[in-house]
Ligand binder design. Structure first.
Ligand SMILES: [Zn+2]
Length: 60
């Protein structure tokens, strides 16, 4: 059930797909082109896409 980014075609990392099951974009494209995930967590003080990527970050 690996999904690919709708923009660049790379596989979306498992951690990201689990944190953001609705996303269709990889981390790089979400950051450079804008997230496709609607903001539901305004309480975190940053865009939810970035926030969840930070939580699940295993990339260094
Ligand atoms: Zn991408």
């Amino acid at each position: 059930m690996r999904r690919r980014c709708e923009i660049c075609g790379k596989l979306i990392p498992k951690e990201r797909a689990e944190a953001l099951p609705e996303t269709k974009r990889c981390i790089e494209c979400a950051r450079s082109r804008g997230t496709d995930v609607s903001a539901k967590r305004t309480d975190v003080g940053m865009d939810p896409d970035t926030y969840k990527d930070l939580l699940g970050a295993v990339r260094s």
